[in-house]
Design a protein around this ligand. Sequence first.
Ligand code: G3P
Length: 224
Amino acid sequence: MKFIIDDADIEKVREIWDLYPCDGVTTNPSILAKSGRNPYEVLTELREIVGKDGELHVQVVSNAEGMVKEAAVIRERLGENTFVKIPTTPQGLKAMKILSAQGVNITATAIYTPMQGFLAAKAGAKYAAPYVNRIDNMGYDGIKTAMDIHDIFENNGLNTEVLAASFKNSQQVLELTKYGIGAATVGTAVIEGLIKNAAITSAIDAFVDDFAGLVGEGKTMMDC
Ligand code: G3P
């Protein structure tokens, strides 16, 4: 499963990218709006952080014809491997068909139902992004929806992966990790909670204390 950062706070993304084993960064218009800056300024800095081979996902906002034009500008300014995020609407499906025929990396987004996932895959998307927590908040089962989409791809021999999004807690991420979906994009606050645990901290503290008792305060395996 690819592990992706769902954020555009440059300092936070840089910190998480440095510490955790991440494969890329996803953004959407709301995430970019939080920066209050020109979107391309922020996206160029994100591209620098993830490098030329890291995944960067950038969303379009117009109708089919406009989405195709937006995709060209996004790829020109941020690299041809940039994933163009396209909402899974009828207009979006049309844009996906045109862009996938041109070899553009597409992430079908705003997915709330398995049928959206199926149609996006048929239209040539490389990823389909169900919004796990938003689905839960509607009274449906976001984890089950993501699993169903994963199964639909497998059962139909479709070359598309689930990129689950909109996580609010570690358990949601863990359930889909166990299931072996293609990718999860997770906000920085949830990433920081994934392995935060008093038992872990306490175990490490005891190791450090025991070692200090053996060889002296502040000494490490380099200097004893
Ligand atoms: O891009 C989609 C995803 O990031 C939505 O997450 O937290 O706004 O539900 P959230």
